[in-house]
Design a protein around this ligand. Structure first.
Ligand code: URA
Length: 293
């Protein structure tokens, strides 16, 4: 079914002017919808179906931007599915039909998922040669364990031809005393510190929210993991190799692009110009076993 959006929003997104400027255009009678003069900025239009003219010139819907979605649990990272709700069902038209997700998150994984129509960009971000770093917040069964941290660093057998590439694992200690708004210098956010690692801050770590931490129940612990591969269920299989279960998983960042903490699960926004630059300038990570002598 065609989606309807406000006329002023359509014109602003098509680059005609700011929301305030296009409102003026509409009120001054310079905009028409299907040959009738538009009267109100809040009138609903169907981009791609309605003929919208400004000063007799057709306005085309803008090219879809690359979007940052805070993927909720319960939807699959696909463009279409006959049974399951997909991430594109969360996106309004006219963009939804043009975009595809950059890689996959499991159905129960939340967090940063990029949606783009730019096949070159997704290829560059997903190419096994590029090793773009992806950072996740995870709630794990059991208590923090230094051996697991060292295992992640050295590579783990997860039933693939080779061990996993070096990954970073930082366990978190979460204080359950009343938190103040200010973080101490060595804190990731109020009351949260890293264990075993010397205070290393991984990308996106500071965007962990209190509601993320609330997923951690008795007998579980919190961790942040950075991996530079994208094997099927990779993080679950890495912890599984140590007999641990991943109880909650949320992607915090991809390369240098961090999930906007203002986005609630299911919400999305276009990437800013700065974020687009960060994505297209990702420096490759070279692992030791890949250096040709
Ligand atoms: N690793 C997993 O196990 N699941 C994801 O969704 C992403 C990384």
């Amino acid at each position: 079914m065609a989606e309807h959006i406000r006329l002023d929003r359509f014109l602003a997104e098509a680059g005609i002017g700011s929301r305030a400027e296009v409102k003026k255009l509409i009120r001054s009678g310079r905009v028409s919808i299907n040959k009738e003069r538009a009267k109100q900025p809040e009138q609903k239009v169907s981009p791609g179906l309605d003929e919208i003219l400004v000063d007799q010139t057709p306005v085309k819907p803008s090219a879809p931007p690359t979007l940052m979605l805070n993927k909720p649990a319960g939807v699959i990272s696909a463009t279409k599915d006959t049974k399951e709700k997909t991430v594109l069902d969360l996106i309004r038209e006219p963009y939804a039909s043009k975009l595809h997700p950059v890689g996959r998150l499991d159905k129960d994984t939340e967090g940063l998922l990029l949606l783009t129509e730019d096949g070159g960009l997704s290829h560059a971000l997903l190419s096994p040669k590029k090793h773009v770093m992806k950072t996740y917040f995870a709630v794990i069964s059991g208590q923090p364990d230094r051996e697991i941290m060292l295992g992640f660093r050295d590579g783990i057998e997860i039933g693939e031809k080779k061990k996993t590439l070096p990954a970073k694992l930082v366990f978190l200690s979460v204080s359950d005393t009343v938190q103040t708004a200010d973080s101490e210098e060595n804190e990731i956010l109020p009351g949260v510190e890293s264990i075993f690692s010397d205070g290393e801050i991984l990308p996106g770590m500071r965007s962990i929210s209190q509601s993320d931490l609330a997923h951690c129940e008795e007998g579980e612990c919190c961790a942040v993991v950075s991996i530079s591969e994208g094997k099927y269920h990779q993080i679950k299989r890495m912890f599984g190799a140590f007999g641990r279960q991943v109880c909650f998983l949320k992607r915090l960042s991809m390369g240098e692009v961090v999930l906007d903490p203002a986005l609630k699960p299911g919400q999305y926004r276009p990437l800013t110009a700065k974020e687009m630059e960060l994505l297209t300038d990702v420096p490759p990570i070279v692992h030791e076993d890949e250096i040709c002598q």
